[in-house]
Design a protein around this ligand. Structure first.
Ligand code: ATP
Ligand code: MG
Ligand code: MG
Ligand code: MG
Length: 439
C-alpha cells in the first residue's frame, strides 16, 4: 500500500477522552472512530489488525477440530424465555421490538441459539463430540463503556460451544479449549494467564478466565509468580488426546492464580511470600463447563448407546477478539506509539522515502516495495511529499516491526537503513539484504 493512496487519519494531538494508552494510540493511529458510546467504526488500519487477530483465532480453533459457522446478531426473545435468562440477564441486554410486536434482542452471547440449533438437528450420541463456534458482533449495554474497544458495547467475540455425551468428554473439551487458547494468545505476542474465576450469568462451576497482566486492567488478580515463567511454545498437542490436554491444564492451573471473585487469602498465604503477587489484568477470554444447564432447560437430548435419552453436557468458550487489540497495545507500546507483534502487524514493514521526487530514491523505494510484495509481504510505502520527522513519527506511531529508510545519501553508497521498531536499532545495508532480514 502506498500511503498517499491509503486512508490513515492520524491525529497529532492526544484525544482528551482517552484515559488509557491503548485507547489513545488507537485513536491517534487512525484505527477507530467512536460512533456513539462504546460503539466504534473500524478504520482501515484498525480493521486490518482486527482481521489478523480474527484469522489467528479461526486458525487455532480449526487446528483443534472446532467447526466455524455464523449465527445472527439479532435473536428472538423466545429462546431466552425458555432458558429463563430473558429476565435474568438484566439491563445489559439490548431489547428491541420489531414491527410485528415481537420481542427481539441483540445477542450478548449465544448459548440459547446454539442449543436450539443442536436440538433441531442432532439426536444421537454418534454425532458427538461436536464443537461449533462463530466470530460475531455482540452487544452488551455496559453501564460504563470505556477504554475504547476494551469495554465497548458492541464488540467482536469468538464464542464456541461444545456438546458431549458425558461429563468426562465435556471436561476434555474444556481442557482442549484451554490448550488452543494458550496457543492463540501466544501467537499474538501475549501472555494470557488462565485464572480461576466466577461464572457470572453464563452459569456453571468450572471456569477459567485468561488474563493479560496490565496496570490498566479492570480485574484484580492474585497469583504465584512462577506462573509467568510458563510458556506454551510450539508444542504439538493432539486435540483428541485426553491425557495430553489434561496435562497442559494441570501444568497451567496448578499454581495459585485467581481473580478477586474467587481469591482466597488463606490459600494464597500458602504460596511462598516472595512469589505472591497481586496485580491488575485484562480479561481476554473465558472457558466454561456448565454441564446440562441449558440442555435441561431447553430439552436438548440425544439417544445414548443404551437407547436412553440423555441431556448433553455443554460448555461455552469466549475470546474477546476486539478487546484483544487494546490488550496487545497495552502490552506492547512505548512513548512514541504502538509496537505490533509480528503475528498481528497491519503491514510487515514501512518504507520511508526521504526525498520523494528524487528519481533515484523513488526508483529504489519502488524496487524495495516490489521485492517485499514478491515475497508475499505487505509493505506500507510512505510516498508522501513531506519531511523525515513527520514520516518517522507516523511509522513509530503505527508501530510496524521494520522501517526501511531510503535517501540519496545512503543510495550513493549502495545502502538503505533498516530499523527495528522494538529495539530501535538501525543498520545500514544494501536493499536486498534489508529485504532478506524482513522476510
Ligand atoms: P467482563 O468481565 O470484562 O465484563 P465478561 O466476563 O462479561 O467480561 P464473557 O461473557 O466472559 O465476558 O465474554 C467473553 C469475552 O468477551 C471476555 O473474556 C472479554 O474478552 C470479551 N468481552 C466481554 N465484554 C466485553 C466488552 N464489553 N467489550 C469488549 N470485549 C468484551
Ligand atoms: Mg461483562
Ligand atoms: Mg468477566
Ligand atoms: Mg468472562
Amino acid at each position: 500500500m502506498r500511503l498517499s493512496q491509503y486512508f490513515l487519519p492520524v491525529l497529532k494531538e492526544n484525544p482528551a477522552e482517552a484515559q488509557i494508552v491503548s485507547h489513545r494510540l488507537m485513536l491517534r493511529a487512525g484505527m477507530i472512530k467512536q460512533s456513539s458510546a462504546g460503539i466504534y467504526s473500524w478504520l482501515p488500519l484498525g480493521y486490518k489488525v482486527l482481521r489478523k487477530v480474527e484469522e489467528i483465532v479461526h486458525q487455532e480453533q480449526q487446528r483443534v477440530g472446532h467447526i466455524p459457522m455464523l449465527m445472527p446478531t439479532l435473536q428472538s426473545a423466545d429462546l431466552w424465555k425458555e432458558s429463563g435468562r430473558y429476565d435474568a440477564y438484566g439491563p445489559e441486554m439490548l431489547r428491541i421490538r420489531d414491527r410485528q410486536d415481537r420481542d427481539m434482542l441483540y445477542g450478548p452471547t449465544n448459548e440459547e441459539m446454539i442449543t436450539d440449533i443442536f436440538r433441531s438437528h442432532v439426536g444421537s450420541y454418534k454425532d458427538l463430540p461436536l464443537t461449533l463456534y462463530h466470530i460475531q458482533w455482540k452487544f452488551r449495554d455496559e453501564i460504563r463503556p470505556r477504554f475504547g474497544v476494551m469495554r465497548g458495547r458492541e464488540f467482536l467475540m469468538k464464542d464456541g460451544y461444545n456438546f458431549d455425551l458425558t461429563k468426562e468428554d465435556a471436561l476434555h473439551a474444556y481442557n482442549r479449549h484451554l490448550v488452543s487458547y494458550l496457543r492463540t494468545y501466544e501467537r499474538m505476542g501475549l501472555q494470557a494467564i488462565p485464572m480461576r474465576a466466577d461464572s457470572g450469568p453464563i452459569g456453571g462451576d468450572d471456569t477459567h478466565e485468561f488474563l493479560v497482566l496490565a496496570e490498566t486492567g479492570e480485574s484484580e488478580v492474585f497469583y504465584d509468580s512462577e506462573i509467568t515463567d510458563l510458556t506454551f511454545g510450539d508444542r504439538e498437542i493432539d486435540p483428541n488426546d485426553h491425557d495430553a490436554c489434561r496435562a497442559v491444564l494441570e501444568e497451567f492451573t496448578s499454581r495459585y492464580a485467581r481473580t478477586d471473585e474467587t481469591h482466597d487469602p488463606e490459600v494464597f498465604a500458602k504460596v511462598p511470600e516472595e512469589r505472591q503477587r497481586s496485580a491488575r489484568g485484562i480479561e481476554v477470554g473465558q472457558i466454561f463447563y456448565f454441564g446440562t444447564k441449558y440442555s435441561d432447560a431447553m430439552n436438548a437430548k440425544v439417544q445414548g448407546p443404551d437407547g436412553k435419552q440423555v441431556p448433553v453436557h455443554m460448555g461455552s468458550h469466549g475470546i474477546g477478539v476486539s478487546r484483544l487489540l487494546g490488550a496487545i497495545i497495552e502490552a506492547s507500546h512505548d512513548d512514541k506509539g504502538i509496537i505490533w507483534p509480528e503475528g498481528v502487524t497491519p503491514f510487515h514493514a514501512g518504507i520511508v522515502n526521504l526525498k520523494q521526487g528524487d528519481a533515484e530514491a523513488d526508483a529504489a523505494c519502488d524496487a524495495l516495495y516490489n521485492s517485499l510484495k514478491a515475497l508475499g509481504l505487505d509493505p506500507l510505502y510512505d510516498d508522501r511529499k513531506g519531511g523525515a520527522g513527520m514520516k518517522f513519527a507516523t511509522m513509530d506511531l503505527i508501530g510496524l516491526p521494520w522501517r526501511i529508510t531510503v535517501g540519496p545519501r545512503g543510495l550513493k553508497n549502495g545502502v538503505v537503513e533498516l530499523t527495528s521498531r522494538r529495539t530501535g536499532e538501525s543498520e545500514e545495508l544494501p536493499p536486498e539484504q534489508a529485504v532478506e532480514k524482513i522476510a
